[in-house]
Design a protein around this ligand. Structure first.
Ligand SMILES: [Zn+2]
Ligand SMILES: [Zn+2]
Length: 142
């Protein structure tokens, strides 16, 4: 009985999550921990997402590409590359050079995502067309 329980627990902890862009040209799987979501209000995320961006993160080693046929990378600053689908335009990934983690836009992860927005960052850069009213912590930068 105990052994059975242990086995079940292990399966739950390593549950596989999947995600994709809108056209399925980019599909990925995550086996590992998804971190709480950051809502980023910086002007770069606004341009690439059309709104503020919500991103979870995981160890880059936990992310496996199932299909990356249409995945392209845009270098948005000296140390940051943003992954997007060249066919449907989905904003997918944010990766800083040298970091062990990769950020994944929350809306591209298939439901249930299992983690929620934890805080708002770069609030000082946000646009003037909306207010943040969810009561979560807000940081002017990161
Ligand atoms: Zn696509
Ligand atoms: Zn941002």
């Amino acid at each position: 009985m105990r052994q059975k329980y242990q086995k079940r627990k292990t399966i739950l902890m390593t549950a596989k999550k999947s995600g994709s862009c809108l056209c399925q040209g980019v599909r990925f799987e995550i086996v590992g921990t998804l971190n709480p979501i950051l809502a980023c209000h910086c002007s770069q995320c606004a341009k690439t997402s059309g709104n503020f961006a919500t991103m979870s993160s995981t160890a880059a080693a936990s992310l496996t590409m199932v299909s990356d046929e249409t995945l392209r990378w845009f270098q948005s600053s000296e140390t940051v590359n943003r992954g997007f689908c060249s066919r449907c335009g989905s904003n997918l990934f944010w990766k800083q050079t040298g970091s062990p983690d990769i950020y994944i836009t929350a809306g591209t992860i298939d439901k249930p995502v299992g983690v929620r927005i934890a805080e708002h960052i770069y609030v000082a850069s946000k646009s003037d067309y909306y207010d943040i009213t969810d009561g979560l912590p807000q940081k002017d930068e990161w």
